[in-house]
Ligand binder design. Structure first.
Ligand SMILES: *Cc1c(COP(=O)(O)O)cnc(C)c1O
Length: 371
């Protein structure tokens, strides 16, 4: 069986398919047309490497990127020198950081009236309408102007004197559940703000809301997880391409022919003769301990169960159904036969957590032209 190529000693190889990533961006951009798609690359591009991901997407035509933190955005600007590419910081403006945004050609997402006032003062000081985004909270109760602040802003447009909002945005709470009543409520609240607050570009949808339909698209959409192959809508077949593949090398195989147990806590009991394969990945690599006794993987096209507890650096699989398995063979932990969301479901979590937890010890291999 052939494994991932390349000179490295890591017992596991994380393969990131940049062409699949670009395909996903184009798919989402087409789906949202006439709106255009930005890209959310926070948390190091959902664990896949923000600079490489962003350069590839910029080459595919993406012109707007978001990070969560200012420091992420400063680092991203190093990778995206083209001044026509805009980079915004979702988590908001901390007073005193205003000039850093301008110095690095970044823009803040202003999330309350205090931040709006600081930005206004800054624009007055520099005598320029420095671009910024305004986020309103339509139902997350997280970041963004709460409803009462939105009403104050609408009632007193003087609060916006000297500022122009390049983006007006909000974020959906339940868009992965198309029938949830909050979806339409958030849409109506956002529409009211779009009508009443001067702005250039309105954007509401992240990955899931793109699939709620054109009403949710406004001028731009803002996908994250779907770019990386994550399932945007629960219970519906995922139309995106898989971007991530994680293969781990079998370090050792034990043939067990007497009743015995596997791993810490002796949690898995072997009653029948079995072949147990050990690979060098563990919870320190983001393979969640909660997958103990629940995960599966794929070897030679055969689905094999994880047995025993997940250790810090090791996993054990029952490979009895793949009798030709031998040390050096590769087990697919994540990939086309076992997508990120399938593993997430087994852990009782979401694909986002699996992706952003992918550890630093994997040998990382990027497929496709890096752009
Ligand atoms: C994370 C985030 C996104 C992207 O969300 P996905 O569900 O990954 O597409 C978009 N907008 C905001 C405000 C976010 O925090």
């Amino acid at each position: 069986m052939s494994g991932p190529a390349g000179p490295h000693h890591a017992p596991a190889v994380l393969t990131i398919d940049l062409d699949a990533l670009a395909w996903n961006w184009r798919f989402l951009n087409d789906k949202a047309t006439p709106a255009r798609a930005a890209a959310v690359v926070k948390a190091n591009g959902y664990g896949l490497g923000a600079p490489i991901v962003a350069r590839k997407l910029a080459k595919a035509g993406c012109r707007l990127f978001f990070t969560a933190h200012l420091d992420e955005a400063i680092a991203l600007r190093e990778a995206l020198a083209d001044p026509a590419i805009e980079i915004g910081v979702l988590n908001g403006l901390c007073p005193g950081e205003e000039m850093i945004y301008r110095a690095h050609a970044l823009f803040p997402v202003l999330n309350d009236l205090g931040q709006v006032a600081h930005w206004r003062a800054y624009c007055r000081d520099v005598g320029e309408h420095v671009p910024a985004a305004l986020q309103i909270d339509t139902g997350m109760t997280r970041l963004g102007l709460p409803a009462a602040e939105v009403e104050r802003l609408i009632a007193d447009p003087g609060l916006m004197d000297g500022i122009s909002f390049r983006y007006l945005m909000s974020h959906m709470a339940c868009a992965d559940t198309p029938d949830h009543p909050l979806n339409r409520q958030q849409l109506e609240r956002f529409r009211r703000a779009v009508d009443a607050i001067p702005h250039t570009i309105a954007m509401l949808a992240a990955s899931s809301a793109i699939f709620l339909g054109p009403e949710w698209h406004f001028d731009m959409v803002r996908p994250g997880v779907a770019l990386y192959g994550g399932r945007p809508v629960d219970g519906v077949e995922n139309p995106l391409r898989q971007v991530v593949r994680l293969d781990a090398k079998i370090l050792q195989i034990q043939d067990v022919d007497a009743p015995q147990t596997v791993g810490y806590g002796a949690s898995h009991k072997i009653e029948e003769p079995a072949k147990i394969a050990t690979v060098g990945v563990g919870y320190a690599d983001g393979y969640l301990r909660s997958l103990s006794g629940k995960a599966t993987a794929v070897l030679d096209g055969v689905t094999i169960p994880l047995v025993g507890r997940v250790s810090m650096d090791l996993l054990t699989f029952d490979v009895s159904k793949a009798p030709s398995a031998k040390p050096g063979d590769w087990i697919q932990l994540i990939g086309p036969d076992h997508p990120v969301d399938a593993l997430a479901d087994q852990a009782g979590t979401i694909g986002y957590e699996i992706l952003t937890g992918l550890g630093p010890r994997y040998a990382r291999r990027y497929l496709g032209d890096a752009g």
